[in-house]
Design a protein around this ligand. Sequence first.
Ligand code: AP5
Length: 214
Amino acid sequence: MRIVLLGPPGSGKGTIAKIIEELYCVPAITTGDMLRDAAERGTSLGRTAKLYMDRGELVPDELVISLVRERLSMSDSANGFVLDGYPRSVRQAEALDEILLSTGKKLDCVLSVELEDDVIVKRLSARRSCPKCGAVYNLMNKPPSKHGTCDVCGSTLVQRNDDKPEVIRRRLDVYREKTQLLLDWYSAKGEVKKIRGDLPLEQLPSKIRKTLEL
Ligand code: AP5
């Protein structure tokens, strides 16, 4: 199964990617996590990426394309993957097509996650994540058992730099300007399926399976 997840920031792509990873035993490849990890390690790519991410802007295409090209060449994605947060521009989508074509593979589905802006802003303001193991929580509907502490590894939870209200608004604008175009681009190829981003969390696995296998 080779899947691309599209959708505005905070619509639930990361949450859905983790469920697909478990349901279909394919790696969830999240470019945002890869870039945040590079920034945390202070690599040259990470330092450049952080400048863009902290402002809610897209990291330049060529940097992200080479990151994804390298990741998709790893053996664990030979039999499938779910891409979360990539592509985000037509240039990135064309590059993905080229990468897949060169290995004789094609996408099975583009899953578009749909959610209104007002829900997104509330949701992202309440998101907390674990800097160590990557677990994601939400103070409104998925709080950790112990305030401020990761249930999985016990680390102190943090709020992402780009989850401040003014940066969330910029990320939404950038999504409308650059990424939403991809829905038409992929729809023209007949590859898009849609799923709501506000389904109760416990219903997500069965709904995802039904949507993908329709
Ligand atoms: P990235 O990390 O990809 O951020 P994003 O796309 O803005 O998406 P988010 O991670 O904020 O949200 P999500 O849709 O994954 O939602 P989640 O499941 O966490 O990118 C960050 C930055 O990196 C970009 O701005 C850019 O600078 C750079 N970047 C990354 N990829 C790039 C690329 N390809 N090109 C260029 N630049 C790139 O859920 C959000 C919250 O809601 C959580 O708290 C969760 O628990 C909760 N939640 C989820 N689902 C539900 C539900 N059904 N019901 C209730 N709560 C829910």
